[in-house]
Write a protein that binds this ligand. Sequence first.
Ligand SMILES: [Zn+2]
Length: 239
Amino acid sequence: MNPKSNHILAALSESMFQRLLPKLGLVSLTKNQVLYEEGGGQQGVYFPINATLALQNHGADDFINDVALVGHHSMTMAGKCCSLVSFDRTIVRLPGLAYRMGIEEFVATVREDAPTLMQLHELTQHRMKQMAKNIACASHHSAEQRIARLLLELMDLTSLHDIDLTHQEVADSIGVRRESVSIHLKELEREQAIEIHRGKICELDHHRIHHHSCGCYQGLETNTPKTPHCWPCIDPQLI
Ligand SMILES: [Zn+2]
């Protein structure tokens, strides 16, 4: 498996990539596996290949939902090191492979490299814009629109047309009630936009799903910086 299937690793300078390469290990991640939460998990810096990770924060009443999704176009630090900022929890939303390395050795490797730190700065800004957009989406757009957007984004991230996700997991991801998810998925199924088969949500008509989504969905390419794509959740001022 080529580590450069991950866009972040592919966008690094060759010298930085060669320094990180011996420290990277390929791991197989299972659905809903907890990579980090306070006091536990498989902490590390993750560069997904075909897994999709969900970065989560607690809200009021201990409510928790996804604030960002991370796939092959991106990476994340699941855990804490020194005073680096981390999300409350990182889980595997969809299973697959990822490259992983220790947080401390990652920080020690990149902290003296000015071009990489500049990349970190740009990528952190991009992630913050994405998160602000997601918050606005949650406030202004309907559950139906957000469910359709989630399906499109997960299909983009995995390059799959069928997503192994339960109604409850869709509800957990976007922070709505499971009953609402079931109603809207049934509507999409009635319109033959999707089909639910053996627990998988299968795309039948991309344009019909898109028709139900809000304008926040713009596709993976336009949601991703050209170079070097996305480098979330690390504040370079703290490195
Ligand atoms: Zn929206």
